[in-house]
Design a protein around this ligand. Structure first.
Ligand code: SAM
Length: 411
Protein backbone atom coordinates (compact mmCIF):
# COMPACT_ATOMS: atom_id res chain seq x y z
CA UNK A 1 0.00 0.00 0.00
CA UNK A 2 2.84 2.34 0.83
CA UNK A 3 5.13 1.33 -2.05
CA UNK A 4 4.97 4.76 -3.71
CA UNK A 5 4.72 6.70 -0.46
CA UNK A 6 8.03 6.00 1.23
CA UNK A 7 9.93 8.89 -0.31
CA UNK A 8 9.64 12.41 1.03
CA UNK A 9 7.79 15.17 -0.78
CA UNK A 10 9.38 18.60 -0.97
CA UNK A 11 7.95 22.09 -0.98
CA UNK A 12 10.02 25.27 -0.66
CA UNK A 13 7.47 26.76 1.75
CA UNK A 14 7.64 23.90 4.26
CA UNK A 15 8.43 25.21 7.74
CA UNK A 16 6.78 28.60 7.13
CA UNK A 17 3.50 27.72 5.47
CA UNK A 18 0.51 26.79 7.64
CA UNK A 19 -0.81 24.51 4.85
CA UNK A 20 1.35 21.50 5.83
CA UNK A 21 3.05 20.57 9.09
CA UNK A 22 4.33 17.02 8.44
CA UNK A 23 5.74 17.28 4.92
CA UNK A 24 9.25 16.69 6.30
CA UNK A 25 8.25 13.05 6.93
CA UNK A 26 7.60 10.40 4.26
CA UNK A 27 3.83 9.83 4.09
CA UNK A 28 4.18 6.36 5.62
CA UNK A 29 5.81 7.89 8.72
CA UNK A 30 3.23 10.66 8.94
CA UNK A 31 0.48 8.03 9.12
CA UNK A 32 2.39 5.99 11.71
CA UNK A 33 2.86 9.12 13.84
CA UNK A 34 -0.83 10.07 13.68
CA UNK A 35 -1.92 6.49 14.32
CA UNK A 36 0.27 6.32 17.47
CA UNK A 37 -1.13 9.62 18.74
CA UNK A 38 -4.70 8.48 18.11
CA UNK A 39 -4.03 5.17 19.87
CA UNK A 40 -2.64 7.10 22.87
CA UNK A 41 -5.59 9.53 22.96
CA UNK A 42 -8.13 6.68 22.94
CA UNK A 43 -6.16 4.29 25.19
CA UNK A 44 -8.71 4.41 28.01
CA UNK A 45 -11.42 3.18 25.62
CA UNK A 46 -9.74 1.01 23.00
CA UNK A 47 -6.52 -0.99 23.26
CA UNK A 48 -6.63 -2.92 19.96
CA UNK A 49 -4.62 -1.64 17.02
CA UNK A 50 -6.54 1.01 15.08
CA UNK A 51 -6.27 0.44 11.31
CA UNK A 52 -5.83 3.54 9.13
CA UNK A 53 -7.11 3.90 5.56
CA UNK A 54 -4.55 6.12 3.85
CA UNK A 55 -4.94 8.61 1.01
CA UNK A 56 -3.66 6.54 -1.89
CA UNK A 57 -2.05 9.45 -3.70
CA UNK A 58 -1.26 12.12 -1.10
CA UNK A 59 -0.54 14.81 -3.71
CA UNK A 60 -3.22 17.14 -5.13
CA UNK A 61 -5.94 15.50 -3.00
CA UNK A 62 -7.72 18.59 -1.63
CA UNK A 63 -10.91 19.70 -3.38
CA UNK A 64 -10.90 23.19 -1.87
CA UNK A 65 -8.34 25.82 -0.85
CA UNK A 66 -8.73 29.27 0.66
CA UNK A 67 -5.77 31.60 0.23
CA UNK A 68 -5.29 35.00 1.83
CA UNK A 69 -4.10 38.23 0.24
CA UNK A 70 -1.86 39.96 2.79
CA UNK A 71 -0.34 43.42 2.90
CA UNK A 72 2.38 42.87 5.49
CA UNK A 73 5.65 44.22 6.82
CA UNK A 74 8.48 42.72 4.81
CA UNK A 75 10.39 40.00 6.60
CA UNK A 76 14.03 40.94 7.11
CA UNK A 77 16.48 38.06 7.03
CA UNK A 78 18.92 38.10 10.00
CA UNK A 79 16.99 40.90 11.69
CA UNK A 80 18.82 42.05 14.78
CA UNK A 81 16.33 43.41 17.34
CA UNK A 82 19.06 45.24 19.26
CA UNK A 83 20.51 47.08 16.26
CA UNK A 84 19.85 50.83 17.01
CA UNK A 85 19.70 51.52 13.25
CA UNK A 86 16.29 49.72 13.20
CA UNK A 87 14.72 52.71 14.99
CA UNK A 88 15.32 55.01 12.06
CA UNK A 89 15.08 52.47 9.22
CA UNK A 90 11.70 52.88 7.46
CA UNK A 91 9.42 49.83 7.40
CA UNK A 92 9.16 48.08 4.07
CA UNK A 93 5.94 46.33 3.01
CA UNK A 94 5.16 43.40 0.73
CA UNK A 95 1.99 41.89 -0.75
CA UNK A 96 1.61 38.12 -0.60
CA UNK A 97 -1.02 35.63 -1.76
CA UNK A 98 -1.01 32.17 -0.21
CA UNK A 99 -1.76 30.11 2.90
CA UNK A 100 -1.32 31.86 6.23
CA UNK A 101 2.09 31.47 7.84
CA UNK A 102 2.23 28.86 10.57
CA UNK A 103 0.71 30.35 13.75
CA UNK A 104 0.09 33.79 12.16
CA UNK A 105 -3.27 35.36 11.36
CA UNK A 106 -1.76 38.47 9.74
CA UNK A 107 0.90 37.08 7.39
CA UNK A 108 0.78 34.75 4.38
CA UNK A 109 3.43 32.97 2.33
CA UNK A 110 3.69 34.11 -1.27
CA UNK A 111 2.69 30.80 -2.84
CA UNK A 112 5.07 29.54 -5.50
CA UNK A 113 4.74 25.80 -4.90
CA UNK A 114 1.97 23.62 -3.47
CA UNK A 115 1.17 19.90 -3.48
CA UNK A 116 -2.29 20.11 -1.93
CA UNK A 117 -4.87 21.11 -4.55
CA UNK A 118 -3.94 20.59 -8.21
CA UNK A 119 -1.15 21.47 -10.62
CA UNK A 120 -3.06 24.54 -11.86
CA UNK A 121 -3.14 26.31 -8.49
CA UNK A 122 0.33 27.89 -8.69
CA UNK A 123 -0.16 29.18 -12.29
CA UNK A 124 -3.58 30.52 -11.21
CA UNK A 125 -2.08 32.35 -8.22
CA UNK A 126 0.62 33.74 -10.47
CA UNK A 127 -1.92 34.98 -13.06
CA UNK A 128 -4.00 36.64 -10.32
CA UNK A 129 -0.91 38.23 -8.78
CA UNK A 130 0.02 39.75 -12.17
CA UNK A 131 -3.58 40.88 -12.72
CA UNK A 132 -3.70 42.58 -9.29
CA UNK A 133 -0.40 44.36 -9.97
CA UNK A 134 -1.59 45.57 -13.40
CA UNK A 135 -4.84 46.82 -11.88
CA UNK A 136 -2.98 48.38 -8.95
CA UNK A 137 -5.31 46.68 -6.44
CA UNK A 138 -4.12 46.76 -2.79
CA UNK A 139 -4.04 43.50 -0.81
CA UNK A 140 -5.84 43.49 2.54
CA UNK A 141 -3.99 44.71 5.62
CA UNK A 142 -5.25 42.62 8.55
CA UNK A 143 -4.11 45.17 11.13
CA UNK A 144 -5.41 48.36 9.58
CA UNK A 145 -8.41 46.79 7.78
CA UNK A 146 -7.56 48.51 4.53
CA UNK A 147 -7.16 47.13 1.00
CA UNK A 148 -9.46 45.51 -1.58
CA UNK A 149 -8.34 41.91 -2.20
CA UNK A 150 -9.02 39.57 0.76
CA UNK A 151 -9.31 35.89 -0.14
CA UNK A 152 -9.18 33.55 -3.09
CA UNK A 153 -11.22 30.35 -2.86
CA UNK A 154 -10.84 27.59 -5.41
CA UNK A 155 -12.99 24.46 -5.40
CA UNK A 156 -12.77 21.45 -7.69
CA UNK A 157 -15.06 18.43 -8.02
CA UNK A 158 -12.46 15.66 -8.00
CA UNK A 159 -14.93 13.20 -9.57
CA UNK A 160 -16.51 15.71 -11.98
CA UNK A 161 -13.62 18.02 -12.94
CA UNK A 162 -15.82 21.12 -12.38
CA UNK A 163 -14.12 24.18 -10.91
CA UNK A 164 -15.19 27.38 -9.22
CA UNK A 165 -13.03 30.39 -8.35
CA UNK A 166 -14.29 32.97 -5.85
CA UNK A 167 -12.57 36.29 -5.24
CA UNK A 168 -13.38 37.91 -1.87
CA UNK A 169 -13.09 41.71 -1.96
CA UNK A 170 -14.07 44.81 -0.03
CA UNK A 171 -14.84 46.96 -3.08
CA UNK A 172 -15.36 47.06 -6.86
CA UNK A 173 -12.71 45.79 -9.25
CA UNK A 174 -12.32 45.28 -13.00
CA UNK A 175 -14.34 42.09 -13.52
CA UNK A 176 -13.50 41.72 -17.21
CA UNK A 177 -9.75 41.61 -16.69
CA UNK A 178 -10.17 39.31 -13.65
CA UNK A 179 -12.19 36.82 -15.70
CA UNK A 180 -9.49 36.92 -18.40
CA UNK A 181 -6.77 36.24 -15.80
CA UNK A 182 -8.63 33.20 -14.42
CA UNK A 183 -9.49 31.94 -17.92
CA UNK A 184 -5.83 32.09 -18.94
CA UNK A 185 -5.29 29.12 -16.56
CA UNK A 186 -8.76 27.62 -16.02
CA UNK A 187 -10.76 28.26 -19.22
CA UNK A 188 -13.82 26.28 -18.01
CA UNK A 189 -14.01 27.57 -14.43
CA UNK A 190 -17.09 29.19 -12.94
CA UNK A 191 -16.13 32.56 -11.48
CA UNK A 192 -17.73 34.51 -8.66
CA UNK A 193 -17.09 37.65 -6.63
CA UNK A 194 -17.89 37.91 -2.93
CA UNK A 195 -17.99 41.08 -0.88
CA UNK A 196 -16.68 40.84 2.66
CA UNK A 197 -16.27 44.00 4.70
CA UNK A 198 -16.38 42.26 8.09
CA UNK A 199 -13.48 42.50 10.52
CA UNK A 200 -13.16 38.72 10.95
CA UNK A 201 -10.58 37.10 8.72
CA UNK A 202 -12.90 34.46 7.26
CA UNK A 203 -14.05 33.87 3.71
CA UNK A 204 -17.64 34.65 4.79
CA UNK A 205 -19.41 36.68 2.12
CA UNK A 206 -21.96 39.46 2.74
CA UNK A 207 -22.99 39.07 -0.89
CA UNK A 208 -22.04 36.80 -3.77
CA UNK A 209 -22.45 37.28 -7.49
CA UNK A 210 -21.66 35.22 -10.55
CA UNK A 211 -19.13 36.71 -12.98
CA UNK A 212 -19.07 33.70 -15.29
CA UNK A 213 -20.93 30.36 -15.44
CA UNK A 214 -22.84 29.07 -12.38
CA UNK A 215 -22.84 29.79 -8.63
CA UNK A 216 -22.04 26.17 -7.81
CA UNK A 217 -20.28 23.03 -8.99
CA UNK A 218 -21.25 19.39 -8.71
CA UNK A 219 -19.24 16.68 -6.98
CA UNK A 220 -19.94 12.97 -6.81
CA UNK A 221 -19.36 10.48 -4.05
CA UNK A 222 -18.88 6.99 -5.44
CA UNK A 223 -19.85 4.37 -2.84
CA UNK A 224 -18.32 0.92 -3.19
CA UNK A 225 -18.78 -2.51 -1.63
CA UNK A 226 -16.00 -4.62 -0.06
CA UNK A 227 -14.91 -5.81 -3.52
CA UNK A 228 -14.54 -2.21 -4.70
CA UNK A 229 -17.59 -2.39 -6.99
CA UNK A 230 -19.76 0.73 -7.22
CA UNK A 231 -23.01 0.32 -5.25
CA UNK A 232 -24.35 3.85 -5.33
CA UNK A 233 -23.31 7.29 -6.59
CA UNK A 234 -24.51 10.43 -4.83
CA UNK A 235 -24.34 13.84 -6.50
CA UNK A 236 -23.75 16.97 -4.42
CA UNK A 237 -24.34 20.54 -5.47
CA UNK A 238 -21.65 22.68 -3.83
CA UNK A 239 -21.95 26.42 -3.51
CA UNK A 240 -18.92 28.39 -2.23
CA UNK A 241 -20.19 28.11 1.37
CA UNK A 242 -21.29 24.45 1.40
CA UNK A 243 -19.48 22.17 3.84
CA UNK A 244 -17.97 19.18 2.07
CA UNK A 245 -15.15 16.89 3.17
CA UNK A 246 -11.99 18.30 1.56
CA UNK A 247 -10.55 14.95 0.43
CA UNK A 248 -13.17 13.45 -1.88
CA UNK A 249 -11.36 10.20 -2.68
CA UNK A 250 -10.65 9.19 0.93
CA UNK A 251 -13.97 10.57 2.21
CA UNK A 252 -15.84 8.29 -0.19
CA UNK A 253 -13.99 5.34 1.35
CA UNK A 254 -15.25 6.42 4.78
CA UNK A 255 -18.83 6.93 3.50
CA UNK A 256 -18.60 3.48 1.82
CA UNK A 257 -17.42 1.95 5.11
CA UNK A 258 -20.27 3.55 7.06
CA UNK A 259 -22.69 2.35 4.38
CA UNK A 260 -21.50 -1.24 4.77
CA UNK A 261 -22.06 -1.07 8.54
CA UNK A 262 -25.52 0.43 8.01
CA UNK A 263 -26.32 -2.38 5.57
CA UNK A 264 -25.41 -4.95 8.22
CA UNK A 265 -27.39 -3.22 10.97
CA UNK A 266 -30.43 -2.66 8.70
CA UNK A 267 -32.05 0.10 10.82
CA UNK A 268 -35.55 1.37 9.99
CA UNK A 269 -34.60 4.94 10.74
CA UNK A 270 -31.31 6.89 10.79
CA UNK A 271 -30.72 9.96 12.93
CA UNK A 272 -27.98 11.81 11.01
CA UNK A 273 -26.89 14.27 13.72
CA UNK A 274 -24.54 17.12 12.71
CA UNK A 275 -25.65 16.10 9.23
CA UNK A 276 -24.33 19.01 7.10
CA UNK A 277 -25.93 18.74 3.67
CA UNK A 278 -27.01 15.17 4.39
CA UNK A 279 -23.98 13.20 3.17
CA UNK A 280 -24.68 10.18 5.40
CA UNK A 281 -28.47 10.30 4.91
CA UNK A 282 -28.08 10.41 1.13
CA UNK A 283 -25.34 7.76 1.04
CA UNK A 284 -27.58 5.36 2.95
CA UNK A 285 -31.03 6.45 1.67
CA UNK A 286 -31.63 3.10 -0.08
CA UNK A 287 -30.87 1.18 3.14
CA UNK A 288 -33.55 2.53 5.51
CA UNK A 289 -37.15 3.76 5.50
CA UNK A 290 -36.39 7.25 6.76
CA UNK A 291 -33.53 9.54 7.78
CA UNK A 292 -33.64 12.58 10.04
CA UNK A 293 -30.81 14.99 9.30
CA UNK A 294 -30.19 17.59 12.03
CA UNK A 295 -27.87 20.48 11.22
CA UNK A 296 -27.54 23.97 12.72
CA UNK A 297 -26.46 25.91 9.61
CA UNK A 298 -29.41 26.87 7.39
CA UNK A 299 -27.56 27.06 4.01
CA UNK A 300 -26.27 23.51 4.58
CA UNK A 301 -29.89 22.39 5.07
CA UNK A 302 -30.96 24.15 1.83
CA UNK A 303 -28.11 22.35 0.04
CA UNK A 304 -29.26 19.10 1.64
CA UNK A 305 -32.84 19.56 0.43
CA UNK A 306 -31.55 20.28 -3.10
CA UNK A 307 -29.18 17.33 -2.96
CA UNK A 308 -32.01 15.02 -1.91
CA UNK A 309 -34.04 16.15 -4.96
CA UNK A 310 -31.02 15.80 -7.21
CA UNK A 311 -30.61 12.19 -6.11
CA UNK A 312 -34.36 11.37 -6.20
CA UNK A 313 -34.40 10.79 -2.46
CA UNK A 314 -37.71 11.53 -0.71
CA UNK A 315 -37.10 9.85 2.63
CA UNK A 316 -34.79 12.37 4.33
CA UNK A 317 -36.34 14.92 6.68
CA UNK A 318 -34.10 17.94 7.37
CA UNK A 319 -34.21 19.84 10.67
CA UNK A 320 -32.39 23.13 11.08
CA UNK A 321 -31.53 22.96 14.76
CA UNK A 322 -28.66 22.55 17.16
CA UNK A 323 -28.45 18.89 18.13
CA UNK A 324 -28.52 19.82 21.84
CA UNK A 325 -31.88 21.60 21.26
CA UNK A 326 -33.28 18.94 18.93
CA UNK A 327 -32.76 16.14 21.47
CA UNK A 328 -34.56 18.20 24.15
CA UNK A 329 -37.54 18.96 21.94
CA UNK A 330 -37.82 15.61 20.14
CA UNK A 331 -36.46 12.82 22.32
CA UNK A 332 -34.94 9.99 20.27
CA UNK A 333 -37.16 7.07 21.06
CA UNK A 334 -37.04 4.61 18.21
CA UNK A 335 -35.21 1.55 19.47
CA UNK A 336 -34.82 0.22 15.91
CA UNK A 337 -33.07 3.40 14.81
CA UNK A 338 -29.39 4.06 14.20
CA UNK A 339 -27.71 7.26 15.33
CA UNK A 340 -24.84 8.69 13.26
CA UNK A 341 -22.84 11.44 14.96
CA UNK A 342 -20.41 13.65 13.01
CA UNK A 343 -19.81 16.73 15.19
CA UNK A 344 -17.40 19.59 14.40
CA UNK A 345 -13.91 19.77 15.94
CA UNK A 346 -15.29 21.00 19.28
CA UNK A 347 -17.21 17.73 19.73
CA UNK A 348 -20.73 17.35 21.17
CA UNK A 349 -22.54 19.58 23.62
CA UNK A 350 -22.67 17.57 26.89
CA UNK A 351 -26.50 17.72 26.79
CA UNK A 352 -26.49 16.14 23.33
CA UNK A 353 -23.98 13.45 24.34
CA UNK A 354 -26.04 12.64 27.44
CA UNK A 355 -29.28 12.44 25.44
CA UNK A 356 -27.72 10.08 22.89
CA UNK A 357 -26.15 8.00 25.69
CA UNK A 358 -29.56 7.63 27.39
CA UNK A 359 -31.58 7.18 24.17
CA UNK A 360 -31.73 3.40 24.35
CA UNK A 361 -31.05 3.23 20.60
CA UNK A 362 -29.23 -0.03 19.89
CA UNK A 363 -26.47 1.23 17.57
CA UNK A 364 -24.48 4.46 17.35
CA UNK A 365 -21.75 5.40 14.86
CA UNK A 366 -19.47 8.29 15.76
CA UNK A 367 -17.33 9.98 13.08
CA UNK A 368 -14.84 12.46 14.50
CA UNK A 369 -12.25 14.86 13.09
CA UNK A 370 -10.76 15.50 16.55
CA UNK A 371 -9.62 12.54 18.71
CA UNK A 372 -9.41 14.73 21.85
CA UNK A 373 -13.08 15.76 21.81
CA UNK A 374 -14.01 12.24 20.67
CA UNK A 375 -12.39 10.89 23.86
CA UNK A 376 -14.35 13.43 25.93
CA UNK A 377 -17.65 12.40 24.37
CA UNK A 378 -16.79 8.71 24.73
CA UNK A 379 -16.56 9.25 28.51
CA UNK A 380 -20.30 9.98 28.44
CA UNK A 381 -21.34 7.53 25.72
CA UNK A 382 -19.47 4.53 27.16
CA UNK A 383 -21.48 4.76 30.39
CA UNK A 384 -24.26 3.13 28.33
CA UNK A 385 -22.50 1.85 25.19
CA UNK A 386 -19.64 -0.52 24.49
CA UNK A 387 -17.21 0.09 21.66
CA UNK A 388 -17.27 -2.60 18.98
CA UNK A 389 -14.82 -1.18 16.50
CA UNK A 390 -12.48 1.77 15.87
CA UNK A 391 -10.74 2.69 12.64
CA UNK A 392 -9.27 5.83 11.10
CA UNK A 393 -9.13 7.53 7.71
CA UNK A 394 -6.35 9.90 6.72
CA UNK A 395 -8.29 12.69 5.04
CA UNK A 396 -5.59 15.24 5.80
CA UNK A 397 -2.14 14.13 4.57
CA UNK A 398 0.80 16.37 5.64
CA UNK A 399 -1.20 17.77 8.58
CA UNK A 400 -1.63 16.49 12.16
CA UNK A 401 -5.32 15.77 11.62
CA UNK A 402 -7.01 12.38 11.30
CA UNK A 403 -10.63 11.22 10.97
CA UNK A 404 -11.85 8.47 13.32
CA UNK A 405 -14.82 6.12 13.01
CA UNK A 406 -16.18 4.41 16.14
CA UNK A 407 -18.97 1.83 16.22
CA UNK A 408 -20.88 1.58 19.52
CA UNK A 409 -23.53 -0.83 20.77
CA UNK A 410 -25.92 -0.51 23.71
CA UNK A 411 -24.60 -2.44 26.74
C1 SAM B 1 -17.89 17.65 10.55
S1 SAM B 1 -19.26 18.45 9.81
C2 SAM B 1 -20.15 17.05 9.25
C3 SAM B 1 -21.09 17.27 8.12
C4 SAM B 1 -21.66 16.05 7.42
N1 SAM B 1 -21.97 14.96 8.33
C5 SAM B 1 -20.77 15.57 6.31
O1 SAM B 1 -20.23 14.46 6.36
O2 SAM B 1 -20.63 16.30 5.32
C6 SAM B 1 -20.14 18.99 11.23
C7 SAM B 1 -21.42 19.68 10.93
O3 SAM B 1 -22.08 20.00 12.18
C8 SAM B 1 -22.68 21.27 12.09
N2 SAM B 1 -22.85 21.73 13.48
C9 SAM B 1 -21.96 22.34 14.29
N3 SAM B 1 -22.46 22.49 15.53
C10 SAM B 1 -23.70 21.97 15.51
C11 SAM B 1 -24.73 21.82 16.50
N4 SAM B 1 -24.54 22.22 17.76
N5 SAM B 1 -25.88 21.21 16.13
C12 SAM B 1 -26.07 20.79 14.85
N6 SAM B 1 -25.13 20.91 13.88
C13 SAM B 1 -23.96 21.48 14.20
C14 SAM B 1 -21.73 22.07 11.24
O4 SAM B 1 -22.39 23.15 10.65
C15 SAM B 1 -21.27 21.01 10.21
O5 SAM B 1 -22.12 21.00 9.08
Amino acid sequence: MFACLKSMLNCKHFGNCGGCSLLNLPYEKQVAKKQAKLQETLKDFWQQEIPVTVTEDPVYFRNKVELGFCHQVKWRENYDKKDPANKTRPLEFEQTLGFKLKGRWDRAVDLEECLLFNEKLVPLVSAIRTWAANENLPYYDQRKHTGILRHLMVREGKNTGEEIVVLFVTDDFNEKTFIAAVESVLPQANIMAAVNNGLADTAEPESLRVLKGKDHIFEKIILTNEQGQTERTVIFKLSPQSFFQTNTKTAQKMYSRVRRVVKQLAPKRIYDLYGGAGSFSLSCADLCEKSICVESVAPAIYNGIENAKLNDVTTVQFFCSRVEDFVREQPIERKDALIILDPPRGGMHPRAAKAVAQSGVENVLYISCNPVTLANDLKILTQYYEILHVEAFDFFPHSEHIETFVQLKLK
